[in-house]
Write a protein that binds this ligand. Structure first.
Ligand code: SF4
Length: 398
């Protein structure tokens, strides 16, 4: 057990703007008192956002799941259906455009196009769909996909990942959501996603995207049996790439959900582990601007707490989400509640753009939105029989 004074001196150095080594980060993550970690992370956040440190942001977005058919069979996934399964479905373009229209109508600014690795979908599929979305809804930001999808579509079309990225970017993709990072170190990644590309390859593709001018966020799936050292190694791998590219806008850890998948029964990450990760990410990732807290997988109270452990953003009102909720995430929220959660955590809420500019600062509660339709709809596809939901009825929800 390291000396408390030694741990505090590392935290003091980080607060003063110094860099923390991976070895020090692991010691802090394992042994630093929770409140000391949170205090240091919050001080770093305040320094980085001096002048707007009283604000915490959120976004209104919709995840559009275009297919659940997938050849990759990740063990933690409760969403996919193998090819030829009668549980597989694919949305047609009209359905996707209708969901985009609802997103615009409800004040959403971003869509996350998210789905399985369909054996028939190459670069052409994404070009066609992104171009159609941008033609009808140029105001929607397409913040979607990740390195895994790029690897899959490039192989399917017989082109390089560089060409795949150039083409989908030209067709309308604005930025990558950083999906598929899971755990980047080899041992835990192979244990939960043996058919996915390696962590090194995932980073290589994101680095290529950044070089081509397509920025991204980065993610981490916590709680599938990885060690603390492997969690810190995941952060190190991201920080090293970020030193070269500066293309990761944010880091977003989230916790494994145990229902309906092959890992059922494994220990989940606790709230304390989650908060420690938010804090250590703010302390260690000194080159990543935004650390995103979440309410979907860890609950609303933990989401509020994350804003005091280094997070500057509380995620989104997800007008639709099917992937994590299929695995058991049952928390729901809405625009008014999300604003309330941020305000009662002691911050001024602000709706943000994908690139984190403030669109609306809710500095006067009297002017808060009152639209009850802006609700997070979860598991619209995870219904009995596993077929696609015939109609979402978002506009009619109350
Ligand atoms: S996580 Fe993605 S790639 Fe893995 S099985 Fe699920 S849909 Fe397929």
């Amino acid at each position: 057990m390291p000396d408390k004074a030694d741990l505090q001196s590392v935290l003091d150095r980080a607060v003063a703007g110094g860099r923390v080594t991976p070895e020090e980060a692991l010691e802090l993550y394992r042994h630093a008192p929770l409140h000391a970690l949170g205090q240091a992370a919050d001080a770093i956040r305040r320094r980085r956002y001096a002048g707007v440190e009283h604000i915490a942001t959120y976004i209104i977005e919709r995840n559009i799941n275009y297919t659940n058919v997938c050849v990759t069979a990740c063990k933690f996934c409760a969403f996919y259906a193998p090819p030829k399964s009668d549980k597989g479905w694919t949305r047609d373009l009209d359905d996707i455009l209708r969901r985009c229209a609802e997103t615009v109508q409800l004040g959403g600014t971003q869509i996350m196009f998210q789905g399985g690795h369909h054996p028939d979908f190459g670069v052409e599929y994404y070009e066609k769909h992104f171009a159609a979305i941008k033609k009808e809804f140029p105001q929607l930001v397409i913040h979607s996909l990740g390195a895994s999808e790029v690897e899959h579509m490039a192989k399917g079309s017989g082109v390089s990942v560089e060409e795949a990225i150039r083409r989908i970017h030209a067709a309308g993709l604005d930025s990558f959501a950083g999906a598929g990072a899971e755990l980047l170190p080899e041992r835990p990644r192979t244990a939960i996603a043996p058919l996915k590309e390696s962590g090194e390859r995932w980073l290589e593709i994101m680095e290529t995207a950044h070089r081509l001018g397509v920025e991204s966020t980065s993610t981490m799936l916590m709680g599938t049996g990885e060690t603390n050292a492997e969690r810190i190694e995941h952060l190190r791998m991201i920080r090293d790439v970020q030193d070269r590219t500066g293309g990761f806008r944010a880091f977003i850890p989230y916790t494994y959900q145990p229902e309906n998948n092959h890992l059922r029964g494994r220990t989940q990450a606790t709230i304390f582990e989650y908060l420690r990760m938010i804090a250590i990410a703010r302390i260690f990732l000194d080159n990543v601007a935004h650390i995103q807290g979440s309410w979907l997988t860890v609950g609303k109270e933990a989401g509020q707490l994350s804003l005091h452990y280094g997070a500057d953003d509380l995620g989104s009102v997800m007008l639709e989400e099917n992937v994590v909720s299929s695995a058991g995430a049952k928390h729901r929220s809405n625009l008014m509640e999300l604003i309330h959660l941020i305000r009662t955590a002691g911050r001024v809420p602000a709706q943000r753009a994908t690139t984190y500019e403030h669109l609306v600062v809710h500095d006067d509660p009297a002017n808060d939105p009152v639209d009850k339709h802006v609700v997070s709809h979860l598991s619209s596809t995870a219904i009995e029989g596993g077929t696609a939901h015939p109609e979402l009825r978002l506009i009619d929800a109350n």
